[in-house]
Write a protein that binds this ligand. Structure first.
Ligand SMILES: Cc1cc2nc3c(=O)[nH]c(=O)nc-3n(C[C@H](O)[C@H](O)[C@H](O)COP(=O)(O)OP(=O)(O)OC[C@H]3O[C@@H](n4cnc5c(N)ncnc54)[C@H](O)[C@@H]3O)c2cc1C
Ligand code: FES
Ligand code: FES
Length: 1226
């Protein structure tokens, strides 16, 4: 309704919608406008999903289509990302291209730092970012790199993966010009169905309008109001846009500071402050420097380019910085202008200030600092870049002239109460005191008392937030101490989709968990314009029962078993109307008591049967023979797939015999076809499922897409017209489940030299409200890469009232291996031996039997291990780290080397089959189809390579159009890393059939061309179409007898990572990672390296960053990129070396290759255990040396809390059971 994106979707499909809340950058466009104040044309990026459509008046918008295309000519920004393999699923690519293009428009010769900064607001879930930066680095002028991406001169040099000398040069003179007719500005007013937008041009007009509509919202960037309207269901009938008012865009340098008009954007403020810092004496710009540091971490450029500078005044995040320096604020109304100081009386409640409803804010003055005055601001968030703070603070101290005696001090904190607060009592006590150790101790004691939080406080993380208030003060104390000493002693070094004739559909899910619902009333929804109809279980023509284990429903009937269980759907003419109508549907229900956590499921014995077991050897005897026995527990949180393209389906009824065509973003055409046919009550032969490509899948579209597809199909069936639905990000995260959270309980027996003798382990996974694929997530990876002579293991799938969890890259393997590494690192600690030694002596050897009795053949892991140890220079760097840790108390480094062995095959034997279809046309061109789907993993490219090699023709003659159920039937899902293996063999097989038929023709005309042979074959009535089929031989495993082969072969790899942690805040930096991976004889090194890097970075998210947070009732809080943080550009290791093991052909897969999609993900555990290593060092400084529990992910909260010290001791945890927590560990 309000944003630019729906307008673009009419014909311009390049701009993508990934989240709708400004958090992913997929919708980035370039905005160009004439600035009458600076008298020049400005270009900046913006998020189309939040950019108000009315604000486009007199503005030019450039989308990715506007800069180049494959038909005419690609722009260099498009060409370079493609040729450097910086695009996998491609969903993020248009946004990234537009960020780069806009940077080049403003700065044709950028520095590498500019390029990195330009991408702060863009996310990619596939590539791991390195190839994007590598490709765009070719635009950079040589300069100091902040993110220095180096590559090994070993097996694979990415620069050898593309030839930059063949890139088209950038020619800035060829860019489109700004249309001159857009330069004029006069008041405009737009009236929509529910909202009126007025854009005045003078201050007088604005204040008069504000007095006429005191409840009107002022909107500049819409990054707050847009989110409120979109996600919080708020409606603001009158909107005033002050962007054209001269006084509100003015910047004035006064005697006391710089005054910014209230409509100045954050980017423009940044520019002015940066100039002032460069030109003015340093003592005058203490506040400016702190503000700049904060702005660097404030959202991404797309937000900063449009959001206003006064937001901090109005209660959106930077208030703590403002409150600490008491800026002058100027509200203005028809009565005139007044000036107030921002102090402790300024905020009157949550997002309420003393600015009156009829007033608008005219300007804010940021003051100069004085001599003897010091200022710092701190922010701690989940992710360093583009993340809202957990706690922020602004701290200011003024000393009596020439002394270290405090004259004035202000400490203000955000994130510790509903409004930003000043630590008034502490400040009072500190005034008049000397800045010394005693002051520090007293300040911490006072702050611990004053900055208290209830254990049930919204947002959770109570001890962490309290500890941060002390840590920040300590950092401020040290900074000021250094500055004082410098002052006194001289310098000190301080360390979407096409336009279809369609209806839109919107899903209703019940936002209360586990309930009986007695009635659904859609009568009010009918009055919403464009309403077509409401669909529910009553409308399902076939069976409402669905799911892999037939334990799910298309629509909930009577009982809702999780938040996100679909009750019904509204069909309307547009997405906006359907969304409004869905919100008007009334549901009566009665709440029931849910089971949410693994703990609750264990207590209530709520498991989805069967319980899996694997036993080998004599565990009891093993423990008796062990020198030590250790017991422990580890929890690994779940993970959201966060494919950039959410679930979507277009269902087109064909009007005959129940036929329907479905365009679906799915990895599993067969189950999509089968479940739809069952829901519609028609045979599978009436349903055609087609997949061109997906914007990422990662396992999330292996089965869970069917919960949407069946609903859309039923809706299309009911109205007899096409229906399309693409889930909003929040719905997708709520409804479709993710990676299973795991709890592992272990008992491990081992010898003094670290050799493991015996292991007893129980794995509990949170399966959610249905079985789905949860039983595939088993015990087969509990050994990681270690030979354990005696094993007893049990795997429980907990049945809970969460959305069903499902496959996710690695499929339970990473969680299983993570627990192995947990006991491995603890036992090394217990033995007092270096962890790498203990890991090595436990590694398997060639010919060993695993705990599931499979013989290891072609075991290259030890080679990977030795190469990684040597290429990472492990031992020398370890010494340097020890030295660093001795010299630093509050920063610690850690390093860890981790192996992985990953079994390749579906563990359900019959899924290890694939089909292919090859058509050769009379011009010699080949249309290839196979059973696998393309989701960015490069499968189609690899299959074209296989066909090209098999047929002996160039890849340019071969084309794959799509995957569909009417070309290759009964396809296995594209999953389990085997798709290239099995589809490749099927393609090869089909090609061989055609070659065999051509053989006599080739013999009779050996010098002929491919085209000649095909022409002759056609004229001789030889079939030029063939199917191919392949099944993996001899796989199949019996859990009861622990016999058989679950896997066809194994992929191996080793990674070594180094990190640095900030013990005071829990932040960590990924300093360096070296990966050595065995991918056999790579079919395509560029794709394989991309897969390794992408998987590794996704693993960094899993183990260090991504945390799903649920209420005790099972309501998911983290429903978008605002609260759920996936790795961004800045989170990849500063040095990232990936190499492929040489000379390791794999006899068991196509052209000696190996599976690569899932195996590398676990290697990111090396980052987690490097963090743990660093924490050990911090704990040792506090005198604590015993093994400790660190659950995954290692978020700043967990890292900070584990670095026990005087500050954490001052903020103890509340006794569990004495309060209701805000969030629970599921
Ligand atoms: C992806 C994303 C990331 C973000 N990251 C951060 C972050 O890191 N840190 C942070 O602090 N915030 C963050 N935010 C919040 C948001 O960007 C800020 O609140 C932003 O500064 C708001 O500015 P705006 O112009 O877009 O606000 P708008 O939505 O246009 O308006 C914001 C509010 O201010 C009022 N208002 C605006 N101007 C005036 C005026 N002159 N007089 C009176 N009232 C006025 C409006 O009526 C409205 O209530 C983020 C938001 C998004 C979407
Ligand atoms: S869709 Fe706009 S930022 Fe994600
Ligand atoms: S290529 Fe970036 S999200 Fe897929």
């Amino acid at each position: 309704m309000f944003s630019l994106i729906p307008v673009l979707s009419v014909g311009l499909c390049g701009t993508k919608l990934g989240c709708g809340e400004g958090g992913c950058g997929a919708c980035t466009v370039m905005i160009s406008k004439y600035d009458p104040f600076q008298k020049k044309i400005l270009h900046h990026t913006a998020n189309a999903c939040l950019f108000p459509i009315c604000a486009l008046h007199h503005v030019a918008v450039t989308t990715v289509e506007g800069i180049g295309n494959t038909k005419s000519r690609l722009h260099p920004a498009q060409e370079r990302i493609a040729k450097s393999h910086g695009s996998q699923c491609g969903f993020c690519t248009p946004g990234i291209v537009m960020s780069m293009y806009t940077l080049l428009r403003n700065k044709p010769k950028p520095k590498m730092e500019d390029i990195e900064d330009a991408f702060q607001g863009n996310l990619c879930r596939c590539t791991g970012y390195r190839p994007i930066l590598e490709g765009y680095r070719t635009f950079a002028v040589v300069s100091g790199f902040r993110q220095c991406l180096k590559h090994s001169g070993r097996t694979m040099m990415p620069s050898s993966l593309f030839d930059s000398s063949k890139f088209q040069p950038l020619d800035p003179t060829q860019e489109p010009i700004f249309p001159p007719e857009l330069m004029e500005q006069k008041q405009v007013c737009f009236k929509g169905e529910r909202v009126m937008w007025i854009q005045p041009t003078t201050l007088q007009e604005l204040v008069a309008l504000k007095s006429q509509y005191p409840n009107a919202k002022l909107v500049v960037g819409n990054t707050e109001v847009g989110i409120e309207m979109r996600l919080k269901n708020m409606l603001y009938p009158v909107i005033l846009a002050p962007a054209w008012i001269p006084e509100m865009n003015a910047v004035q340098h006064t005697e006391t500071g710089v005054t910014f008009g209230a409509a100045c954007t954050l980017s423009s403020v940044e520019e002015v402050l940066r100039k002032a810092v460069a030109e003015l004496p340093s003592y005058k710009t203490e506040i400016f420097q702190a503000a700049l540091e904060q702005l660097r971490w404030f959202a991404g450029p797309q937000i900063r380019n449009v959001a206003v500078s006064d937001s901090g005044v109005l209660g959106t995040g930077t208030e703590s910085l403002m409150l600490a320096h008491s800026p002058l604020i100027s509200p203005c109304s028809t009565e005139g202008k007044r000036t107030v100081t921002m102090d402790e009386k300024f905020f009157t409640g949550y997002r309420k200030t003393i600015v009156k409803p009829e007033e608008v804010l005219l300007s804010v003055e940021i003051p100069y600092s004085k001599e003897g005055e010091y200022f710092s601001a701190f922010k701690q968030a989940y992710r360093r870049e583009d993340d809202i703070a957990i706690v922020t603070c602004g701290m200011r101290v003024l000393f009596q002239h020439g002394t270290s005696r405090v004259q004035e001090v202000k400490l203000s904190y955000g994130g510790m109460a509903p409004t930003t607060i000043l630590a008034l009592k502490t400040c009072q006590e500190l005034t008049g005191r000397d800045w010394n150790e005693k002051l520090l101790q007293d300040a911490c004691r006072l702050l611990a008392g004053e900055m208290d939080l209830s254990p049930s406080a919204p947002g959770g993380m109570v001890e962490f937030r309290r500890t941060l208030t002390l840590s920040f003060f300590f950092k401020f104390y040290l900074t000021v101490l250094q500055k004082l000493s410098k002052h006194q002693n001289g310098p000190v070094s301080v360390a979407r989709e096409g336009s279809w004739g369609k209806s839109e559909l919107y899903i209703i899910t019940l936002l209360l968990l586990l309930s009986f619902y007695s009635s659904v009333d859609a009568s009010e929804a009918q009055s919403v314009p464009g309403f077509v109809c409401f669909v529910s279980a009553k409308d399902v023509p076939g069976s409402n029962i669905t799911g892999i284990a037939n334990d799910e429903t298309v629509f909930a009937e009577d009982v809702v078993t999780c938040v996100g269980h679909i009750i019904g759907a509204v069909i309307a003419d547009t997405q906006e109307h359907s969304r409004r109508a869905a919100k008007a549907v009334k549901i009566k229900y009665e709440e029931l008591k849910p089971i949410v956590t693994i703990q609750e499921a264990i207590e209530k014995q709520s498991f989805i049967k069967p319980i899996k077991r694997i036993k080998k050897g004599d565990v009891k005897k093993g423990f008796e023979e062990s020198d030590h026995v250790l017991e422990g527990e580890m929890y690994i949180g779940g993970q959201e797939h966060f494919y950039l393209e959410t679930h979507c389906t277009l269902a087109v009824p064909k009007g005959e015999d129940g036929e329907m065509e479905l365009f679906v973003s799915t990895q599993n055409l067969m189950k999509t076809q089968e479940f739809t046919a069952r829901a519609l009550g028609v045979p599978s032969n009436r349903i055609v499922v087609r997949v061109k490509r997906m914007g990422g899948g990662f396992g999330g579209k292996e089965t869970r897409n069917t919960i949407l597809t069946t609903v859309v199909a039923v809706a299309a069936f009911k109205i007899g017209r096409p229906v399309r639905c693409m889930l909003d990000r929040d719905e997708d995260m709520l409804i479709s489940g993710g990676r299973h959270p795991f709890l592992g309980r272990y008992k491990v027996g081992f010898m003094k030299n670290g050799k493991v003798k015996s292991l007893e382990v129980s794995y509990y996974s949170n399966g959610g409200n249905s079985a789905d694929l949860s039983h595939g997530v088993t015990l087969l990876h509990l050994d990681n890469s270690y030979n354990i002579p005696n094993v007893s293991s049990m795997g429980f799938v907990c049945k809970t009232n969460l959305s069903s969890n499902t496959a996710f890259r690695g499929f339970g393997g990473p969680q299983g291996m993570m627990i192995a590494e947990c006991w491995m690192s603890d036992l090394a600690r217990k033995c007092g031996l270096p962890p790498e030694e203990v890991r090595k002596i436990n590694l398997y050897h060639e010919g060993d039997l695993t705990h599931f009795n499979q013989k290891l053949e072609g075991f290259t892991l030890r080679r990977c291990w030795d190469e990684c140890l040597s290429s990472s220079n492990y031992h020398a760097r370890k010494k340097l780290i020890e030295e660093f840790n001795k010299q630093n108390r509050w920063k610690k480094r850690g390093m860890c080397i981790i192996p992985t062995k990953f079994g390749i095959s579906f563990t359900v034997p019959f899924l290890n089959q694939a089909g292919a279809l090859v058509h050769v046309y009379t011009d010699g061109s080949v249309l290839l189809t196979h059973g696998g789907t393309e989701m960015g993993q490069g499968l189609h490219t690899k299959m074209i390579q296989v066909a090209s090699r098999s047929l002996g023709i160039p890849t340019s003659k071969i084309y794959i159009s799509e995957t569909s159920t009417n070309t290759v039937p009964n396809t296995s899902p594209t999953a389990a890393s085997v798709s290239a293996d099995i589809n490749g063999m099927a393609v090869h097989n089909a090609c061989q059939t055609i070659l065999k038929r051509l053989e006599p023709i080739k013999q009779s005309n050996p010098k002929g061309s491919w085209e000649d042979w095909i022409k002759t074959a056609y004229e001789n009535c030889i079939s030029l179409s063939a199917t191919g089929f392949y099944r993996i031989p001899d796989v199949g495993y019996n859990f009861e007898t622990n016999e058989g082969k679950p896997f066809h072969y194994f992929s191996y790899g080793v990674a070594c990572s180094e990190v640095e942690i900030d013990c005071l805040t829990g932040d960590h930096k990924n300093v360096r990672t070296d990966v050595v991976m065995d991918v056999g004889t790579s079919l395509n090194p560029a794709i394989d390296i991309g897969q390794i890097e992408g998987a590794f970075v996704q693993g960094i998210g899993l183990f260090t960053m991504e945390e799903l947070r649920y209420s005790p009732e099972g309501n998911l809080y983290t429903r978008g990129p605002g609260m759920y943080k996936i790795p961004a550009f800045g989170d990849i290791p500063t040095e990232f070396y990936v190499s492929l093991l040489r000379d390791c052909p794999n006899s068991k897969a196509i052209y000696s290759s190996k599976a690569v999609g899932e195996p590398p993900l676990f290697l990111s555990a090396s980052v987690f255990y490097a963090i743990k290593d660093a924490i050990y060092s911090a704990r040792e400084d506090s005198g604590v040396t015993e093994p400790f529990r660190l659950d995954s992910p290692a978020t700043p909260e967990r890292i900070r809390n584990a670095c026990v010290d005087t500050f954490t001791k001052m903020c103890p945890s509340a006794e569990p059971g004495t309060f209701k927590p805000w969030s629970v560990r599921v």
